[in-house]
Design a protein around this ligand. Structure first.
Ligand SMILES: [Zn+2]
Ligand SMILES: [Zn+2]
Length: 461
């Protein structure tokens, strides 16, 4: 199979690794690790100092029991009945550090409303969620009803989830299944049916679902759009143009079995095309270990994939390398990481073909002041390819800001998928640490567009 990767000239890699967006990005931290100081809501510099005391590597590489698969060799630090702790009194240093971070950078909502901008540091911890939500007990009591009604439950959930992730228990939910026989049907109606039909283990608590959905949201968001068993339907979610675009991609992704020529058993060897998925402005999605993306590959057993992570923060997992352009080969998949400017990358990666190429923009912030200008030269290039372009956002506002930005720019485009909730959004809430009243979910919503195609109509002579 011919490689569709072309290395870039060093001169093209001019962007610094950390752009202004890295500080303001809504999802600049890695899943799982994000629990130390998440920032889905934070187009704010919330996550810079307290995060990453926990790496994905610790979950995905070193926890396999060496002897008996059914006996944990790990001594849990925390029992399941003991997962709730006020942040400042947590047995885990990483969680205590978070309380310090909030005290230094957070806001007391009552102070904020009464005499902004002089807010006293939030150091009073709500007894129900354990987060330092207010400056004093007095301000807490004043605001208690509001706090309870809107965010306390979410904060409590996040508190326990974080302690669970660091509890030291064997996390069976992260022991993902391998390939399955191509005749076994996969149901992509929702997280439950997907996990069940793919044979995931131990998915019997909402907490496990939150952990796993957070890690798998990126590959499953891609897979659920592209797959022939997609939950998105013509008329309801997809436009006619959307169905046409996806039909082109599915033609490549689901090759027909021709009796006598291609057999179900050997289709893999007959795959002649590679589907290229371009993740632009990539951040957290590029930090996921390759085996997470294999869950996407297993949905399409006869297709080879290239995933291109492009953007100043596109950094491979488990590396401190400063190489601006890297390839990682992993079974059915090749990963390309490149932090050059997209305009330069585009010229190198073309030509593009709507049957083989698709773009994903995860929480791009098209309308956000810090990133808007960076996207302006990119979008027309993407529309020019006539390939499908899908985008996500972390809440309804974020989605609608992007959608309005696209509509107001006057591009010649067709909508493929109307903005809607993403079936495979992360179920985990991420808290804005500078203002605990705000939370969001990774890949909460999704939309799709494509550069407009004009059918040539015969003229009457
Ligand atoms: Zn206050
Ligand atoms: Zn509370």
């Amino acid at each position: 199979m011919a490689s569709r990767i072309r290395p870039l000239a060093p001169a093209l890699r001019t962007l610094p690794r950390t752009s202004p967006r890295a500080l303001s990005s809504p999802l600049s931290v890695t899943p799982v690790a994000a629990t130390t100081a998440t920032s889905a809501t934070g187009r704010l510099a919330a996550a810079s100092s307290a995060r990453r005391s926990l790496s994905l590597k610790s979950f995905f590489s070193s926890r396999k029991p060496k002897t008996d698969a059914f006996t944990s060799q790990f001594e849990p630090v925390l029992e399941q009945a003991n997962l709730f702790h006020p942040l400042s009194k947590s047995p885990l240093p990483a969680v205590r550090a978070k309380a310090d971070w909030i005290a230094a950078h957070g806001t007391c909502p009552v102070c904020k409303e009464e005499h902004e901008p002089k807010s006293q540091p939030p150091t009073y911890e709500c007894p129900d969620c354990g987060y330092p939500t207010h400056c004093t007990e007095e301000h807490y009591k004043q605001d208690k009803e509001n706090h309870k009604q809107h965010i306390c439950g979410v904060l409590r959930e996040v508190n326990e989830d974080e302690h669970d992730l660091r509890s030291g228990r064997r996390m069976k939910e992260f022991e993902f299944p391998g390939a399955q026989h191509r005749d076994e049907a996969i149901n992509l109606s929702n997280w439950d049916t997907f996990l069940y039909t793919r044979g995931f283990l131990s998915m019997n608590s909402e907490r496990s679902m939150r952990h796993v959905s957070h890690v798998l949201s990126y590959p499953l968001t891609i897979g659920s759009v592209l797959h022939q068993s997609s939950p998105y339907r013509l008329g309801k979610d997809l436009t006619v143009e959307g169905l046409k675009s996806l039909a082109a991609l599915r033609h490549t992704l689901h090759p027909a079995v021709i009796p006598g020529i291609t057999q179900a058993g050997n289709l893999r060897s007959t795959a002649t095309h590679t589907v290229r998925i371009f993740c632009l402005g990539a951040r957290a999605e590029s930090h996921l270990p390759p085996h997470i993306y294999m869950q996407l590959a297993y949905l399409f057993p006869t297709t080879a994939f290239q995933i291109h992570f492009v953007g100043p923060d596109a950094i491979p997992p488990h590396t401190k390398s400063k190489e601006p352009h890297q390839h990682v080969h992993y079974e059915q998949m090749t990963f390309v990481y490149d932090n050059s400017r997209y305009e330069a990358y585009h010229a190198e990666a073309g030509p593009f073909n709507p049957y083989y190429d698709v773009f994903f923009l995860f929480s791009p912030g098209l309308a956000h002041p810090a990133t808007r200008d960076m996207w302006k030269p990119t979008i027309p290039l993407l529309l020019d390819t006539k390939c499908a372009i899908f985008g996500t956002g972390f809440d309804e506002n974020d989605i609608m800001n992007d959608v309005n930005e696209i509509e107001n720019a006057g591009y010649e485009l067709d909508w493929l998928m109307k903005p809607r909730e993403n079936v495979f959004r992360s179920l985990k809430h991420e808290i804005n640490m500078t203002d605990l009243r705000q939370s969001a979910q990774c890949n909460w919503g999704i939309w799709g567009i494509r550069g407009r195609r004009y059918d040539v109509k015969p003229t009457d002579e």
